[in-house]
Design a protein around this ligand. Structure first.
Ligand code: SF4
Ligand code: SF4
Length: 121
């Protein structure tokens, strides 16, 4: 009983060790990996991200210039971001929103060949 009273008094006099979520949200820790985004205009469709992705959730078609990612299969390891030669891949500081439907990120860019043709004109 004495021990319990001591703990109750100590807890009343010290700062709470929990937060009033969602009113008090904890900040991100260093190296936090949020939503994966691709600045498709900078993508050269080299397929490095697709080859290195451990969950095989990225598909790159370098002929038509499409980049897709099965967001629900992504494990947020960040390898694709690390290997991207143009740094067009990045991870935001936001969690991916909750979804009740299968979510695929599909982006259309301009393949290298078409960019070259456009530059030559
Ligand atoms: S973060 Fe990891 S799992 Fe997700 S797409 Fe990139 S390489 Fe694949
Ligand atoms: S590694 Fe980067 S540049 Fe290469 S296909 Fe993936 S997103 Fe595009």
């Amino acid at each position: 009983m004495f021990n319990m009273t001591k703990n109750v008094v100590a807890n009343l006099l010290t700062k709470s060790s929990t937060r009033l979520y969602p009113f008090a949200v904890r900040g991100h820790f260093e190296g936090f990996r949020g939503t994966l985004v691709n600045n498709i205009d900078e993508c050269i469709f080299c397929r490095s991200c697709m080859i290195k992705c451990p969950s095989q959730c990225i598909t790159v078609d370098n002929k038509v210039g499409t980049w897709t990612c099965d967001a629900m299969a992504c494990v947020y390891c960040g390898i694709c971001v690390d290997v991207c030669p143009t740094n067009c891949l990045s991870m935001t500081k936001e969690h991916r929103p909750v979804s009740t439907e299968h979510e695929t990120i599909s982006l259309q860019g301009v393949p290298k060949k078409k960019k070259k043709e456009a530059a030559a004109e």
